[in-house]
Design a protein around this ligand. Structure first.
Ligand SMILES: Cc1cc2nc3c(=O)[nH]c(=O)nc-3n(C[C@H](O)[C@H](O)[C@H](O)COP(=O)(O)OP(=O)(O)OC[C@H]3O[C@@H](n4cnc5c(N)ncnc54)[C@H](O)[C@@H]3O)c2cc1C
Length: 416
């Protein structure tokens, strides 16, 4: 397995790793993509791509593969507050002339990730599934590849000119780089299930906000016969007993007014968390972090897959020329700086919006007020949909005037 170094070894075949492998393999580079799972594999997720993702998938030549999975097309989102107050917004109302972004695609991750991995393999990437990366191969400050555990439990090594850590938000390799910035400050867990179509369900995705918890509900097939139901709750309320997951899930749903009415019967539950794993840096000597491994905050706005795809495209643009010249120096922090800059530009504003939303959701009375405000201000609701759908810049939402007008709809009551 060791032998001559590959151009790139990519650890993790989620949307980030598979997309990067595909783009580098298409450019004629020698790429090895490794994942500890055997595909198709389950993945806890809300299964919804943000609206802008369709345009990006088309640019990357991946839209036909995703369309072949017969995804659901969500026309917009409806958000319910702790006392049942609700606002909704539709993608079409954002006025983008491109019909591709008039809906968001939703498809089970089990199928999506397997399809993206198949595309990477078809483009020429070598793929090892059931193989686990256990450590980095180091030479002083430089990473030279990864140590692997084979499906038979033996050890192997993969040498590479660049090692890409795309192993998700709890990436061990990111920790081995010392990339972690601090322990998680928000401690949340998620439970995901797929359920039959609930009565009254239409083509809107739904978010339900409660005290210390929220839940997302959306169809994930074109036929509308399979829905994703994901609950995210404060970890402290959940405890650590896996056997308690189902009673906790059912009890939590009963605390969310509309979901209590639907009384869904969840199937297998997939757990994940805690989240909030910021990183200090994404570029190292001979190694780079991508996707959730490059920092993750909170699943509420459901933008992780779009960011994973967009960051993979940005990284491919930097790595292709750097790796094509085999006599050139190995990529280090200087060569990878354009990716680090693009990554920060992609995520920084969205993190601020996610933190702001987290602050509001954490206070049920404030959440109710904000949701009531958005119900009265369709333009503001559309702006929120546009930003979380990756169609509008985060700055659209970060104006203090907008926040004040939402919380104090009556101008006479506004502070200052
Ligand atoms: C509850 C929840 C709901 C979410 N909902 C949405 C949503 O609706 N929309 C959205 O866009 N995003 C959502 N997200 C975020 C989204 O799931 C992630 O942002 C996305 O999966 C990131 O892709 P990735 O390729 O970076 O990592 P992942 O998809 O996590 O893939 C990482 C891969 O690495 C592999 N791996 C891990 N360790 C090793 C190892 N040591 N060796 C080899 N392989 C390894 C894993 O098997 C996995 O296949 C949600 C997340 C959660 C937790």
């Amino acid at each position: 397995m060791s032998g001559r170094p590959r151009d790139a070894v990519i650890v993790g075949a989620g949307p980030a790793g598979s997309t990067l492998a595909l783009l580098l393999a298409r450019a004629g580079l020698d790429v090895l993509l490794v994942d500890r799972a055997i595909f198709p594999r389950p993945k806890p997720c809300g299964d919804c791509l943000s609206a802008e993702a369709a345009r990006l998938l088309q640019r990357l030549g991946l839209l036909p593969a995703v369309e072949a999975l017969r995804p659901a097309r969500l026309v917009g989102w409806r958000v319910y507050g702790p006392r049942g107050t609700c606002f909704s917004a539709a993608f079409r109302d954002l006025g983008d002339p491109d019909p591709l972004v008039h809906h968001a695609l939703a498809v089970p991750r089990r199928e999506l990730d397997a399809a993206l991995l198949a595309e990477a393999a078809a483009a020429g990437a070598s793929v090892l599934t059931g193989w686990t990366a256990t450590d980095l191969l180091r030479d002083g400050a430089w990473t030279r590849g990864v140590r692997l555990r084979t499906p038979a439990g033996t050890e192997a090594a993969a040498l590479a000119r660049i090692t890409v850590g795309a192993a998700g938000h709890r990436s061990r390799l990111a920790r081995r780089h010392g990339a972690g910035r601090r322990p998680a400050r928000i401690r949340k867990v998620s439970l995901t299930s797929h359920i039959p179509r609930p009565s009254g369900g239409d083509w809107y995705g739904e978010m339900h906000v409660g005290d210390g918890l929220c839940a997302g509900l959306a169809p994930v097939t074109a036929a509308g016969d399979c829905w994703n139901l994901t609950l995210v709750a404060d970890a402290d309320r959940f405890g650590h007993d896996a056997r308690a997951a189902r009673p906790f899930f059912l009890e939590a749903l009963h605390r969310l007014p509309r979901l209590a009415e639907l009384a869904p019967e969840p199937g297998e539950l997939l757990a994940s968390g805690p989240f909030d794993t910021p990183v200090r840096q994404v570029a190292f000597h001979g190694a780079v972090l991508l996707g959730d491994a490059a920092g993750y905050f909170d699943p509420f706005t459901g933008q992780g897959m779009y960011h994973a795809l967009a960051a993979a495209a940005a990284l491919a643009g930097v790595l292709e020329p750097a790796l094509r010249d085999r006599s050139a120096a190995l990529p280090g922090p200087r060569e990878l700086q354009p990716y680090a800059t693009a990554h920060a530009a992609l995520t920084r504003g969205h993190r601020r919006v996610q933190r702001l939303i987290h602050q509001v959701l954490n206070r049920p009375a404030l959440a109710e007020l904000a949701i009531a405000g958005l119900a009265r201000r369709p333009a503001a609701a559309a702006a929120l949909l546009g930003v979380t759908g990756d169609l509008l810049r985060p700055a659209t939402l970060l104006s203090p005037r907008l926040a004040v007008s939402l919380l104090f709809p009556n101008p006479a009551m506004r502070p200052g």
